[in-house]
Design a protein around this ligand. Structure first.
Ligand code: SAM
Length: 281
């Protein structure tokens, strides 16, 4: 069978994050039709390529050789050959190598063509059930606690859901720091082992997340996306006023709770009424 040749360009090809079926026809045609596939790990890529009977030549392109590998990739493009770029899983250059190769190819005058597909962050967001219109992809937090805490503090006030990647050996410390530094009523969504046999998506208030991890060792296994919902809207009310209002709301209708809370705290009745409606919703 004759394999069609892809026009000269650098094709940035998303590959599965677990389930080998999650790859587009266009991605498979491209991986077959290029002259060379630059892979984060050539042995890892073999499993995917062999599964689909793709025999295209491969070369390694990872964080430790990206500059030299990009030079080789440019040689192939200059000779008229098309090149595909893949990472071990998901979309290249998203918490993965590939950005320098894309920049180098474009700077040398070649087209850089994205072939969209799996990405753990977007898969997690799509099933999270969080209503937040905005999200910020933060990727991996720093491994050292002081730097990690500084970064969480810097992200805290951003009015958007926060999306993190995390590995199993750091999941407990990262969740503990998120719970210690962010508002306890924010929701944390664990998206674990997406598209794989033990896929699990669990949502809970942030202050219950460490207990959830502790209750079952399986909860701490595998690859994780963590999503923290957007911060609660600023109410202008003090923490003590919020506490009084919530206590009264647990027992009384909205109007009565707001009136009594205003008398107790001296805060404006209208603001308390608006906030009480939000809390009830
Ligand atoms: N480029 C990839 C993408 O598009 O999502 C991300 C690569 S990054 C090196 C690997 C991290 O992505 C993992 O540590 C985990 O946080 C997340 N991840 C990858 N696959 C996942 C999966 N199947 N389920 C949950 N998280 C996953």
């Amino acid at each position: 069978m004759e394999i069609p040749t892809a026009p000269t360009a650098l094709y940035v090809v998303a590959t599965p994050i677990g389930n080998l079926g999650d790859i587009s026809q266009r991605a498979l045609d491209t991986l077959r039709g290029v002259a060379l596939i630059a892979c984060e790990d050539t042995r890892h890529a073999r499993a995917l390529l062999d599964h689909y009977g793709i025999r295209t030549q491969t070369m390694p392109l990872h964080e430790h050789n990206e500059a030299a590998a990009s030079a080789r990739l440019l040689d192939t493009l200059r000779a008229g050959g098309a090149v595909a770029l893949i990472s071990d899983a998901g979309t290249p250059a998203i918490s993965d190598p590939g950005a320098r190769a894309c920049a180098a190819a474009r700077a040398a005058g070649f087209r850089v063509v994205p072939l969209p597909g799996p990405n753990a962050a977007i898969a997690a967001l799509s099933a999270s059930g969080l209503p937040d219109a905005h999200f910020l992809f933060a990727g991996f937090l720093p491994p050292k606690q002081a730097a990690r805490r500084r970064e969480i503090e810097a992200l805290k006030g951003i009015p958007a859901a926060l999306v993190f990647y995390e590995a199993p050996h750091r999941i407990e410390e990262t969740v503990a720091d998120l719970a210690a530094l962010l508002e306890p009523e924010r929701t944390l969504v664990f998206a674990r082992e997406l598209t794989k046999l033990f896929e699990q998506i669990a949502a809970m208030p942030l202050n219950e997340a460490s207990d959830w991890l502790a209750t079952d060792e399986n909860h701490r296994r595998g690859e994780f996306v963590l999503i923290v919902s957007a911060p609660p809207p600023a109410t202008g009310l003090s923490a003590e006023t919020e506490r009084v209002l919530k206590t009264l709301l647990a027992e009384l209708p909205v109007k009565q709770a707001a009136k009594l809370a205003a008398e107790i705290t001296g805060a404006a009745k209208n603001a308390l009424y608006e906030r009480a409606l939000q809390l009830k919703a």
